[in-house]
Design a protein around this ligand. Structure first.
Ligand code: GAP
Length: 452
């Protein structure tokens, strides 16, 4: 089951501490959001699952965490200064601003006037001053995609790890885009996170690797609980490809506001490594690679059999973390009927993504013996290192169950008077709502089973 509207998700996110409008108490800023106590756990769990699948479960990918502030020359060479634009139009009637390519009827969505300016390119990159004097002479860009620092660190990484192609470099981090019309909650925002892999391959093997990564990435989203029927692939039309791409496949998801891009998988050829390379004439490179007079480094690798050097091609699966969180929340959102004509909202998250892994609830909040026992059980489960375990000491078990259903906690562990006698607890399963009695000595094993 999924949410029936975006409003339903936005409301749950605010009510239960997943996501808040940024700068809320001052009226908020469009396109910026903050992740609350539950949101930060969910987001970290999703990033951790991606990292695990890319780095720990494979033997051909290295990790990186590079700077956000980028030297302008990097983004000149990457082509972003020239081409990273959206077509901007102004409404002459109400003075609002829009992206021309998102106006279906060429009318202002605000006042319906057709008195609009001609579209003009608007660069989406944010700039900031470097150093104490803001006179425009020294500035940096806030990176609009995380991958450029993967390309500029390419030589550092192969020199320090002795990697040979095919191999990849993965990074998770913030990216910034001055979107003209941020919208649809955390779907299109101005500050977001990306999970990007740059997988370097021999030219000629690129198309096969491209197919490989499209299949791999769809399977991964399914393994995070996204229903196959809500995922679709689209071959991006040649006329809409980014300046660096030979071919891109978008993984689209049925978001509450419609079918839109969740992740893009591009064949960037040798465009980026070529554009950042010194003495490009030494290499056989694509025609659109940008001439370079600044780099000090050759980003080529050896072909040991032929005793030549070449610039690898790169396949790039690039996923938005925030769009991932939105898709996962939507997939997990379930409004179901329960006994006696009642209903409940429950987030049926995969347990590894749940913000809280288990809630330990003392039946009586004022009973020292019960509370002490509950604290001990909380520490016992917490020490298993599977994520956050919460002690709930409000004394209202019904309310606790409702709250933990809505934030997707896989199990609630209740400590009561019987526990003091026989060292057993009641476990309530989130999805079935079944309750069973488990001995504390068996609890670790019982709990760990949820995460396999
Ligand atoms: N390095 C390639 C790249 O940045 P992209 O298609 O522009 O490609 C990759 O972005 C992913 O980043 C998208 O599929 C989307 O999930 C996410 N993304 C892009 N712009 C976004 C925005 N304004 N807000 C939230 N996520 C965004």
């Amino acid at each position: 089951m999924t949410a029936s509207s975006m409003e339903e998700l936005v409301s749950l996110c605010k009510r239960r501490g997943f996501i808040f409008q940024s700068n809320d108490i001052y009226g908020g800023i469009k396109g910026l959001y903050d992740y609350g106590p539950m949101g930060v756990e969910l987001k970290n769990n999703l990033k951790q699952a991606w990292w695990k699948s890319m780095i720990y479960e494979r033997d051909d990918i290295e990790g990186l965490d590079a700077s956000i502030l980028s030297a302008p020359v990097v983004l000149q060479q990457s082509g972003h200064e020239d081409t990273f634009t959206d077509p901007l139009v102004d409404c002459k009637n109400c003075k609002s601003r829009w992206r021309a390519d998102q106006l279906s009827d060429k009318k202002c969505p605000e006042c319906k006037s057709d008195n609009l300016t001609e579209p003009r390119p608007f660069n989406l990159m944010f700039k900031t001053a470097i150093g104490p004097v803001d006179d425009g002479s020294s500035f940096a860009y806030l990176r609009p995609e995380t991958c450029q620092q993967i390309f500029t660190n390419f030589k550092n990484i192969i020199d320090s790890t002795s990697r040979v192609v095919p191999f990849g470099i993965a990074q998770i981090g913030k990216a910034f885009r001055n979107e003209i019309t941020p919208r649809n909650f955390i779907f299109r925002v101005r500050e977001f996170e990306q999970m990007e892999l740059e997988f370097f391959v021999k030219p000629g093997s690129d198309e096969e690797w491209h197919k490989y990564w499209v299949e791999k990435r769809i399977k991964w989203w399914e393994s995070q609980g996204v229903n196959k029927k809500n995922l679709h692939t689209v071959d991006v039309d040649k006329s809409e490809l980014s300046h660096y791409s030979k071919a891109t496949v978008d993984i689209m998801y049925d978001f509450p506001h419609g079918k839109e891009e969740l992740e893009g998988i591009a064949n960037r050829t040798d465009f980026d490594l070529g554009s950042h390379t010194k003495n490009q004439k030494d290499f056989d490179i694509a025609a659109n690679v940008k001439k370079n007079e600044h780099s000090t480094t050759k980003l080529g690798v050896q072909n040991l059999e032929e005793k030549t050097s070449f610039i690898p091609y790169v396949i790039e699966p690039s996923a938005g973390v925030d769009r991932g969180v939105l898709a996962i929340l939507n997939e997990a959102f379930t409004n179901e009927e329960i006994a006696n004509g009642n209903s409940r909202i429950v987030l049926k998250l995969k347990p590894h993504l749940s913000p809280i892994k288990a809630a330990v609830i003392p039946l009586k909040k004022n009973n020292d013996q019960i509370v002490e026992k509950a604290k001990k059980i909380k520490t016992q489960l917490q020490n298993l290192g599977l994520g956050r375990v919460m002690l709930e000491n409000s004394g209202n078990i019904g309310k606790n169950y409702r709250r933990h259903d809505e934030i997707g906690t896989p199990i609630c562990v209740t400590v009561d008077f019987e526990t003091l006698e026989d060292d057993s607890v009641t476990i309530r399963d989130r999805d079935s709502m079944n309750q069973e009695r488990v001995l504390i000595k068996d609890l670790n094993q019982f709990y760990q089973k949820y995460f396999h």
